[in-house]
Design a protein around this ligand. Structure first.
Ligand code: SF4
Length: 434
């Protein structure tokens, strides 16, 4: 949070910033949340308390349903705690605005574009079709306007048959011709999943240089790197929600292979075309559930689902690991780009006022984590973690939340960040972030 925007963090319910780092403070916070939930949904409150009493006895599907149901209440509570209700509502509204894109893609574009023969496709005049669409709708033809009109027409399909025929012609041209694909290369509405060729997973072009074959990316995929600056901005909200919508939320059938691995009927893990076992996410992150909550517009709730199993998600996401994608139920066409959806979910929270503090809080207090909603009482044990790669810092995180005192060392020289950036001074005192 920039000091210019909000100089002081004023938490509600009588909490102070250091309380968010103190076990007693987090236990108290959890109690206030449970009361918040009980007032709004006594049934959900009862189910959550019972599930926490014996987490091991809760079947996987019931746990999924419970955390998905509680997540919006958690988001409301966090918004209230940090005083950002207005910003959260505005962020949720962005999801609602984009929703027609994914409805139109799923219910119309994907279903209609293959009905055209090559001859019919060649006969489509995109300029004339677009002009007619704009004349009918009195709107410029953009992906958003197309999706909104088509979604409305689909509500009374028979009455809008001519309009839908025109829209189908445009969709066929946009998805199946090189010109249409080039025009909509930056959008999501007319981009359909491709069949996978396991021997050509990377789209390279073959060149012959000095009589030798070489593979290279086409110029459209070249990226200029400047120092250590990132060359991949990641998906924006539209791109991430496109993936969330593509996901079929397999946890409902207890077949979320992205999380738990892709198995034969016998229960044995399947292997990829390259003989690699399809284990799914090494952390068994609740991906399908995260997608459902994110798709409903709750980014804080979705991040809370992620942090149950992957609290250090800032170090995973789309640049680090894609074991989940490899085990996605879609094995013959593009898998769901889960890391992009996860990264966007984290970024959406970080971009909220006090977003960093909210993410940090969810790594210590997470009511969706049935087994350990807040750190366990101090055990008196001291642990030295040697090596602070992803495994080391994740281990340190779990040990700390299990009540142990942790000291960690790494071969690299780790400089402490300035207090207003890290939120902690060299003596362990807690301070609001810049
Ligand atoms: S990401 Fe793939 S495997 Fe996972 S829930 Fe979605 S469709 Fe199913």
């Amino acid at each position: 949070m920039s000091a210019k925007q909000t100089p002081e963090l004023a938490l509600r319910h009588g909490f102070r910033f250091p309380d968010l780092y103190d076990r007693d403070g987090l236990v108290r916070l959890d109690g206030v949340f449970l009361e918040h939930l009980r007032e709004r949904s006594p049934d959900l409150h009862g189910r959550l308390v019972a599930a926490r009493h014996d987490p091991a006895a809760v079947p996987g599907k019931a746990e999924s349903e419970l955390i998905i149901a509680v997540a919006p209440y958690l988001e409301d509570f966090v918004g209230e705690l940090f005083g950002i209700e207005r910003e959260l509502r505005a962020h949720q509204a962005k999801h609602a605005v984009l929703a027609p894109l994914f409805t139109a893609k799923r219910r119309f574009v994907q279903k209609r574009v293959n009905a055209f023969t090559p001859e019919q496709l060649a006969a489509i005049d995109p300029v004339a079709v677009a002009a007619e669409f704009e004349a009918i709708t009195q709107d410029p033809l953009t992906e958003q306007s197309y999706a909104e009109h088509v979604s409305r027409w689909l509500e009374a399909e028979a009455a809008h048959a001519p309009q839908l025929k025109l829209a189908a012609e445009y969709a066929a041209w946009a998805t199946r011709t090189p010109e249409g694909q080039a025009k909509h290369a930056k959008g999501v509405l007319f981009k359909l999943p491709h069949k996978l060729d396991m021997n050509r997973l990377v789209p390279v072009v073959q060149l012959t240089v000095n009589g030798t074959s070489q593979f290279a990316f086409g110029p459209d995929r070249h990226r200029h790197r400047e120092g250590f600056h990132l060359t991949d901005p990641g998906a924006d909200l539209t791109g991430a929600l496109d993936q969330v919508s593509y996901c079929i939320k397999c946890h409902h059938q207890e077949k979320d292979s992205c999380s738990t691995g892709l198995r034969e009927r016998s229960g044995v893990l399947k292997t990829s075309a390259f003989g690699v076992p399809l284990n799914g996410c090494p952390l068994e992150e609740k991906i399908s559930e995260m997608h459902e909550v994110k798709g409903d517009g709750y980014s804080v709730g979705a991040l809370a689902v992620v942090t149950i199993d992957n609290a250090m998600c800032a170090a995973t996401g789309h640049r680090i690991c894609n074991d989940c994608m490899k085990s996605c139920i879609y094995q013959k066409q593009d898998p769901v780009d889960i890391p992009q959806a996860e990264t966007r979910t984290l970024k959406d929270v970080l971009e909220l006022p006090w977003g960093f503090e909210i993410y940090g809080l969810l790594t210590r207090w997470n009511p969706l984590n049935l087994a350990r909603p807040y750190p366990r009482a101090a055990t008196g044990k001291k642990v030295l973690v040697v090596g602070l790669g992803p495994a080391g810092f994740t281990l340190a995180h779990h040990l700390m939340n299990d009540g142990h005192t942790v000291v960690a060392v790494d071969g690299l020289k780790i400089e402490p960040l300035p207090t207003d950036v890290s939120g902690v001074d060299p003596l362990g005192g807690r301070h609001p972030f810049r």
